[in-house]
Design a protein around this ligand. Structure first.
Ligand code: BES
Ligand code: MN
Ligand code: ZN
Length: 492
């Protein structure tokens, strides 16, 4: 199913690039164009004129005909805006626009020049261009008239080994984002917990995978997963994946991702409007699978465990109810007050199991956990809640590099008190709408003993929705949020 794009270095000069479209970049005030050496003076003049006519602005793009003066039939010029304001995201976004322009011109092969002298090394620049271009070409379309996009290869015009290595790892990461998007975009009738489990077995020869089905989960006390999954014909699974890139003695990083393949809300049924979007309630789990794929292919020298609790939250005769008391894997009990607060129940089981089984040195979970997070931070920034400043700061630094935005929220004991229950160890929601993202995190915190832990609420940025800030490389549907962020954290 996935549409492949070949990504490699092309050692030729721009004039000789074996491509249909040649992509170059421009900055404004004063207008400058980059890496056009070897092109004839009249072509350079035409590029400069187009840049002066407006396409040097950040986010703008245009194309000119090369009138058979070079191999490529078109030159696509993408704007980077003011040179002093360029950051890694400017490069990703511009490369994405350029690739989309080339796609609209029905180019098969595109060649991208690496702009020099813009405060990034060639290797750093090339990596951002690869990610931006590849991710902007992504499309999920299951209609009968769906066409395979024309672009089949991206060549980066460069020749050094450092750039070759950067391009290779950027392509691996981009492919893993595409993998996560493809899974997350799958409709809920096709992508069930079993589908995710089957897919997790294909992550790589160096990734082991163990699946627990319903009977084993019930026997071993995964009360949260069993309760949430109880009304669906699509039975729950716990997916446990391991990658070993360091000696056994090195304690692993544990990743946990929420995968509710469809969240109806259960007995506390959601309103009908935009309920279809709740197929994206599996995005945290899809991101974890994407990260496991990326780290194994990058061959990082660390141990990583990825756990994905996968369930479908349905109403029905066997459904769990408001009023139920559920015993979690930790043996703590939860009073259910709203069956739509299901994510924290399955995550709590997975977190406790992962912590006690693997003794990790750090735990990171990712989940489309609360609508409140979108209210607080908007649709393009994830909420970050952590018991460790060090872990939170490392994630913030990976966030700055990848522009997968996170913003930290507090979690002190005052918030823990908000989920106290009179008849169980805790309740599965807080006090009305107050601090909804933090009270959900408080529930998760109770599942972790002492390991440094970070929770990333990706309800906003996991897919493009109302209020999403536009980026060429997030063209619609699932974004794969978290794959670039956490892979960067693990590799860096
Ligand atoms: N999956 C939803 C959260 C969500 C909603 C993510 C909209 C993205 C967009 C989650 O399971 C949920 O329903 N949470 C409830 C919690 C409440 C019942 C305490 C919510 O956010 O309303
Ligand atoms: Mn829910
Ligand atoms: Zn949910």
């Amino acid at each position: 199913m996935p549409y492949r794009v070949k990504i490699a270095l092309d050692h030729s000069r721009p004039s000789a690039a074996r491509a249909d479209a040649l992509c170059v970049f421009a900055t404004e005030s004063p207008v400058r164009v980059y890496s056009v050496d070897g092109l004839s003076p009249d072509l350079v003049l035409a590029i400069k004129r187009a840049a002066r006519d407006g396409c040097a602005k950040d986010g703008k793009v245009t194309s000119i005909d090369t009138l058979a003066k070079i191999r490529a039939t078109r030159i696509v010029i993408a704007g980077l805006g003011k040179k002093s304001k360029i950051n890694a995201d400017t490069l990703r976004n511009a490369a994405g626009r350029a690739a989309q322009k080339a796609q609209s011109l029905e180019a098969h092969k595109i060649a991208i020049t690496v702009p020099r002298g813009i405060s990034f090394s060639d290797a750093e620049t090339a990596a951002q261009l690869v990610e931006g271009a590849r991710l902007a070409l992504y499309k999920f379309d299951r209609s009968a008239k769906a066409e395979t996009p024309s672009v089949s290869s991206i060549g980066i015009l460069h020749h050094t080994p450092a750039v070759a290595a950067a391009v290779k790892s950027a392509a691996t990461i981009a492919d893993s984002v595409v993998f996560a998007r493809d899974l997350a975009n799958m409709p809920p009738n096709e992508c069930t917990p079993e589908t995710l489990a089957r897919t997790a077995r294909t992550l790589g020869r160096n990734v082991s995978c163990r699946i627990m089905a319903k009977s084993e989960l019930a026997r071993r006390g995964f009360g949260g997963i069993i309760a949430v999954g109880s009304a669906s014909y699509n039975e729950p699974r716990l997916i446990v994946t391991e990658y070993k890139g360091a000696p056994r003695s090195k304690r692993p990083v544990l990743l946990v991702g929420k995968a509710v393949t469809f969240d109806t809300g259960g007995i506390s049924l959601k309103p009908g409007e935009r309920m279809d979007e709740m197929k994206f309630d599996k995005c945290g789990g899809c991101a974890v699978l994407g990260i496991m794929r990326a780290v194994s292919r990058l061959g990082i020298r660390d141990n990583v465990v990825g756990i994905v609790p996968a369930v479908e939250n349905m109403p029905g005769g066997g459904a769990y109810r408001p009023g139920d008391i559920v015993k979690l894997y930790s043996k703590k009990t939860a009073e259910i007050l709203n069956t739509d607060a299901e994510g924290r129940l399955i995550l709590a089981d997975a977190l406790s199991y992962g912590e006690t089984t693997y003794r990790p040195r750090a735990i990171i979970d990712m989940a489309t956990l609360t609508g409140a997070c979108i209210v607080a931070l908007g649709a393009s920034t994830a909420g970050l809640v952590s018991t460790s400043d060090r872990l939170a700061e490392s994630l913030e630094s990976a966030s700055a590099k990848t522009a997968e935005r996170v913003w930290r929220l507090p979690i002190d004991d005052d918030y823990m008190a908000m989920i106290d229950s009179k008849i169980a160890d805790m309740k599965n929601m807080g006090i009305g709408r107050t601090a909804g993202t933090i009270t959900a995190a408080a529930f998760l915190r109770n599942a972790v003993s002492g390991t440094p832990w970070a929770h990333i609420d990706i309800a906003g940025p996991a897919w493009t929705q109302t209020g999403t800030v536009e980026r060429s490389y997030n063209p619609g549907g699932a974004t794969g949020f978290g794959v670039r962020l956490v892979t960067n954290f693990l590799a860096g």
